[in-house]
Design a protein around this ligand. Structure first.
Ligand code: SAM
Length: 334
């Protein structure tokens, strides 16, 4: 029996579903391969397949097939002889930005591979337990890239935050610092800021120490190998970023309470809202991912309720152009 998804008379079998979705898997694999081998960088300028394949020491036929897939995805444009990055995709393939794209794809493939491996081993459970340094570094690159939209769009929506961060004693708390991407990004954006980053995991903590040293920020970023439950500072920070989407429910309330105590009056805690209601594939996948991250889907209202219980009294729903997720912020009032 035919399983060709383009034929309307094909019965709705599981094989047909696999055939439909395999296009997404192959398309993303092609994009990742192009990001990993340097094809995207090479095609910032129009180039022939023969030229680019030779520069990459790759087989010209395979490179041509990859390029055709990327044209179909809208990543590349072509004429009779040459291929190049399409105008719409050029900013994401620019120097620096392409590292974030590569990190995004590494994080996606790393997480889904671990998910399948856990299933094969009978170890399916919620929680971020990744120890692959490539994946952890990729998360750090993604976090560092999000500090751009945080500085441009999120912080200006929080009364007083930018003024505080310009003060000589400005201090930021990064809860769930991972590879320290956010800590590094926020230090670069605000020259006065000192950061305390909390990261209890061995591998991410080691990556964070290495990344902070490589950035030359060891004098401004203090990394603590501890969970947020061990934080006992009082009125020490102006702004906190909380990676709550990775924290289980039993930690969430205590996390808000400890961060509330650690903020100076008038200070803000912020986080992203990972919650998509609905039964379609995209929201269902979003709930699966955030459950595997350990936090589970939390709406703006869920976060507001938990923050209010911890003493926060002012709340902002932040639209974040340039990022996938909207933001939540809560203020410690006086
Ligand atoms: C995926 S990372 C966030 C990415 C990070 N911003 C970066 O730049 O790499 C989330 C981190 O939260 C940490 N975490 C989990 N539970 C925690 C807790 N109770 N207190 C503090 N951090 C925690 C995890 O170890 C994990 O490394």
């Amino acid at each position: 029996m035919s399983t060709d998804p383009s034929r309307p008379d094909t019965p709705d079998t599981l094989r047909r579903r696999i055939a439909e979705h395999s296009s997404s898997a192959w398309a993303l694999s092609t994009l990742r391969a192009a990001a990993e081998c340097g094809l995207l960088e090479r095609l910032r300028e129009p180039s022939s397949i023969r030229h680019v394949a030779s520069a990459l020491s790759a087989d010209a036929q395979v490179v041509e097939r990859m390029a055709d897939v990327l044209v179909a995805m809208g990543v590349l444009d072509r004429d009779d002889e040459r291929y190049w990055i399409s105008e719409a995709m050029a900013p994401q393939c620019a120097p620096g930005a392409v590292d974030v794209l590569r990190a995004d794809l590494r994080a996606l493939f790393g997480q889904s591979a671990r998910f399948v491996e856990d299933a094969r081993r009978g170890e399916l459970a919620p929680g971020w337990r990744h120890t692959d340094p490539e994946l952890i570094d990729a998360q750090g690159v993604i976090s560092q890239a999000t500090t751009g939209p945080v500085v441009r769009f999120a912080l200006p929506q929080l009364p007083g935050a930018l003024d505080r961060l310009a003060e000589p004693d400005a201090a930021v708390l990064d809860v769930g610092a991972g590879a320290a991407g956010f800590s590094i990004g926020i230090c670069r954006a605000f020259p006065n800021v000192r950061v305390v980053g909390l990261e209890p995991g061995d591998v991410p903590y080691t990556a964070a120490v290495r990344n902070v040293l490589a950035a030359g920020l060891e004098g401004r970023i203090e990394l603590r190998k501890q969970p947020v439950e061990a934080l006992d500072e009082r009125e020490a920070f102006d702004v906190s970023y909380m990676a709550q989407m990775f924290f289980p429910d039993r930690v969430l309330g205590e996390c808000f309470a400890r961060v509330h105590a650690a903020l100076r009056p008038g200070g803000w805690v912020m986080t992203a809202v990972v919650h998509q209601p609905g039964s379609d594939l995209v929201p269902a996948l979003s709930r699966l991912k955030v459950t595997l991250w350990g936090g589970g889907p939390r709406s703006f209202e869920d976060l507001e309720r938990a923050a209010r219980r911890a003493g926060f009294a002012e709340f902002v729903r932040m639209e974040m152009p340039g990022t996938v997720l909207p933001g939540f912020a809560a203020r410690r009032t006086w």
